[in-house]
Design a protein around this ligand. Structure first.
Ligand code: COA
Ligand code: ZN
Length: 375
């Protein structure tokens, strides 16, 4: 048998799936999907990042009250305020992340490796002191200096983290490279290893399965492969490959795949080609606030290849997942300079309107006018 260890599946449809450009789920839709995913048999369900918007906070709160077999996990940055959100909601599990590549340290955080280690350590220890079960994700792990990545893993393990997760944030690994990376990390740490793959080169499923072959315990998936740009490994591909090719006896109810697909298709209203690598409408579209902020500063932060090299264009979506910097960037493009307070008011309104999944320039101008902002 190629895979000997225990295998777990984490479904991120409700969290990263909602980072798909054009997608915004209602709280009720999230509850329906969570119940189906639980019946299907996933081990973890990522509930969402409460700091994103009021409706995401409300959804995490409501989902956490469901009686499910799956472990329920809130998502957030390595920030005390994000951990406090999870504590206030009362979740058992939290996944926190911090970009560890030189690119992230320089362009996203402007910190040294030592400062990054201290920020991560503070967050992990804070969460553990408060009794959370914690997964720490090294975002952009695949482009992180290997010695530093091991240092981060050992430090979070010593600080009490329950799981260490490696994110191939721009999907640039190959199955062979994934195997080398995961084998090394597994040999250096005692806590179970998780892997989060992206599909920018169409290799997400292959990379996820390869990570399991190398000893990872858990891989992230999303129904229909939703997620930023070209998305995550599709749940259906990963579990059927594990069952049929690798003969893993999961407790997954494969017969539920069509209804899960239809449910998520219906709620995401997504053209099924939108998240295809290279050619899909979303392949170079960025949505969540911190992705857009980083891409504006340095596109390679969240792009494995440049859209220009393929005669394509980059798009930056404004919706409830936007942050201050993304909105300000759009306002500057339109030609408006607003005060900090006006920016806050505009963003608050956008976050309170989850039904709007792509604010155009005209929509933003009318909103500004309705709030009495001179534009
Ligand atoms: N850990 C700790 N701090 C972080 C962080 C992390 N992983 N990511 C960003 N920060 C800090 C930034 O350095 C910044 O600090 P500063 O104000 O001192 O400069 C602060 O958090 C705000 O940054 P950011 O999150 O980029 O703000 P934003 O207003 O643009 O976006 C959200 C806010 C909630 C929309 C954003 O966090 C988001 O996009 N979340 C969902 C996406 C996500 O989770 N992606 C990663 C996994 S796929
Ligand atoms: Zn991701």
């Amino acid at each position: 048998m190629l895979i000997k260890q225990k295998i777990e599946i984490l479904d991120s449809t409700l969290r990263e799936g909602e980072q798909t450009p054009g997608v915004s789920f209602t709280v009720d839709q999230k509850i329906r999907m969570a119940k189906q995913l639980d019946a299907f048999g996933v081990d973890f369900i990522e509930l969402g990042h409460p700091a994103v918007s009021p409706d995401v906070y409300e959804a995490v709160d409501a989902l956490n009250d469901l009686n499910l077999n799956a472990k329920k996990m809130a998502h957030g940055r390595a920030l005390i305020s994000d951990i406090d959100d999870a504590l206030n909601i009362g979740v058992d599990w939290m996944g926190i992340f911090f970009g560890t590549s030189d690119l992230s340290l320089k362009y996203k955080f402007n910190v040294t490796k030592l400062e990054a280690l201290l920020r991560i350590e503070t967050a992990v220890k804070y969460g553990k002191d408060k009794g959370l079960k914690l997964r720490f994700t090294a975002e952009d792990a695949s482009r992180t200096d290997l010695n530093f990545l091991i240092q981060v893993g050992q430090m979070v393990q010593e600080s009490g983290a329950d799981r260490f997760s490696l994110a191939d944030t721009v999907g640039c690994l190959t199955p062979t490279k994934m195997k080398v990376l995961v084998s090394r990390i597994v040999s250096e740490l005692d806590i179970p290893i998780h892997v989060h793959c992206h599909n920018d080169f169409g290799m997400a499923t292959a990379n996820a399965v390869s990570a399991l072959e190398a000893g990872a315990q858990c891989v992230d998936v999303a129904v229909n492969g939703l997620g930023e740009r070209c998305g995550l490994p599709p749940l259906a591909e990963v579990v059927t490959a594990l069952t049929h090719i690798y003969k893993v006896n999961g407790i997954w109810n494969l017969k539920m795949i069509p209804e899960l697909t239809e449910l998520v298709d219906m709620f995401s209203k997504l053209d099924s080609n939108a998240n295809r690598p290279i050619i899909g409408k979303n392949a170079f579209t960025h949505k969540a606030g911190l992705h857009v902020k980083a891409v504006v500063k340095e596109p390679t932060s969240y792009e494995a290849i440049s859209p220009e090299s393929l005669n394509r264009k980059r798009h930056l979506v404004i919706d409830k997942y936007s942050g201050k910097s993304a909105l300000n960037n759009r306002l500057l493009e339109i030609g408006f300079i607003v005060s900090e307070k006006e920016l806050d008011n505009l963003l608050k309104k956008i976050k309170a309107t989850p039904i709007m999944v792509n604010w155009g320039d005209e929509d933003i101008i009318s909103l500004a006018k309705s709030l009495g902002i001179k534009v």
